[in-house]
Write a protein that binds this ligand. Structure first.
Ligand code: CP3
Length: 344
């Protein structure tokens, strides 16, 4: 099968398909008993990320169970700061912790960009295993965090409400902040290029906290880094589609898409599908945006919402997905209900 016969690749190339291709953010995760078993076998979450056979195994689990049209590499956006020299650990039930960056001067302690591949080599090996193991019709998606979102974790050393510490550094030490953003922009491009060279067919840039950027700085810290990353990727790997996800950016997704040339824009649950169909879909393929809570509750509301989403986007390129990651509380049986409502 040619690469361009894969449904996800066709949608990313701008084709409108009779049934939208589908995958889910966090599709390999704690809602699946088989994920929990492999996670226990691996020990810690980071051990799982850095053990290629096990990371490939959990990536494949949702493909075997549901036959999704895309597999997303199992890893985490915080592996890149770790590869740059930050300490990283996960506290069960709480989330990630990192050593903090509080000034530009501290950036000198990080490693040079070309050294990231040493730490990230197991991730590239996972990609190689997957590109051999996946069914021919399944697209392999690589990913990274966008510089702003990764910077929020590096600066605060953890997830934060409203990303206060990062916004504080942005104003209090603009030079240091810009140096960190430049470093992350370049390192992210090299990381994604290495994933593509290992076999990723498309890549996604997660800007989960884009909505916390002040409106006037969105272009500088969300759009511009994404544009630079995509230009750099395309200078080495022309035509490899990049999916952007400037979460909670509201109507700023429009100038974002125009300036970056993303092959698809993922939209979060807040976005009204009818607005996106009218204003965003004429510019690019839209990915999204079922409320993940419906996979906890199921029932008629789930079926109705799947149909409404599909109908809203029926006249243009669409990849069916959630508006954010599936949660550990989701019922695996509801994913079958979602797929039946979608595919018939
Ligand atoms: O989507 C996938 O299935 C691919 C794998 C993937 C993970 N994280 C696995 C993961 C991807 C694409 C991510 C992205 C990620 N990681 C983001 C951006 C997307 C988003 O969700 O907003 C962010 C902000 C992170 C950082 C991160 N990783 C946090 C805040 C947490 C803790 C919260 C939580 O859900 O526990 C993680 C842990 C994490 N990353 C898990 C998984 C499956 C859960 C870890 C576990 O098994 O205990």
């Amino acid at each position: 099968m040619q690469r361009n016969e894969k449904s996800i690749m066709r949608a990313l190339a701008g084709e409108t398909l009779p049934v939208p291709p589908v995958w889910m953010m966090r599709q390999a995760g704690r809602y699946l008993p088989e994920y929990r078993a492999t996670r226990t076998q691996a020990g810690s979450f980071l051990d799982l990320c850095y053990t290629p056979e096990l990371a490939a195994e959990v990536t494949l689990q949702p493909i075997r169970r549901y036959g999704f049209d895309a597999a997303i590499l199992f890893a985490d956006i915080l592996l890149l700061p770790q590869a740059l020299g930050a300490d990283l650990w996960f506290v069960d039930g709480e989330g990630p912790r990192l050593s903090t960056i509080t000034s530009g001067a501290e950036l000198d302690r990080l490693k040079p960009i070309e050294d990231i591949h040493e730490t990230l080599a197991p991730v590239y090996e996972t990609v190689r295993i997957l590109s051999r193991a996946l069914p021919q019709e399944t697209t392999l998606i690589g990913f990274a965090g966008a510089p702003w979102t990764v910077a929020t974790y590096m600066i605060a050393g953890r997830g934060t409400k409203e990303q206060g510490p990062a916004r504080r550094m942005m104003y209090a030490d603009p030079e240091g902040f810009d140096r960190l953003m430049d470093l992350l922009t370049e390192a992210t491009a090299e990381y994604l290029i290495a994933q593509i060279e290992a076999g990723a067919e498309a890549v996604k840039l997660f800007d989960s906290w884009a909505g916390a950027l002040p409106g006037g700085l969105f272009e500088k810290y969300a759009t511009e880094p994404a544009r630079r990353i995509i230009d750099r990727i395309h200078s080495v790997a022309p035509g490899v589609p990049v999916i952007g996800f400037p979460r909670q950016a509201g109507e700023k997704v429009i100038p974002f898409v125009k300036a970056t040339g993303v092959a698809a824009c993922a939209i979060d649950t807040n976005v009204d599908p009818r607005w996106a169909a009218e204003n965003l879909q004429p510019l690019t393929c839209v990915q999204g945006n079922l409320d993940p809570m419906l996979l906890v509750t199921g029932g008629d509301a789930l079926v109705r919402s799947v149909r409404e989403t599909v109908e809203a986007f029926a006249d243009g390129p669409h990849i069916f997905n959630l508006g954010h990651g599936i949660t550990p509380e989701a019922d695996p049986a509801n994913v079958d209900v979602m797929l039946k409502a979608l595919r018939g």
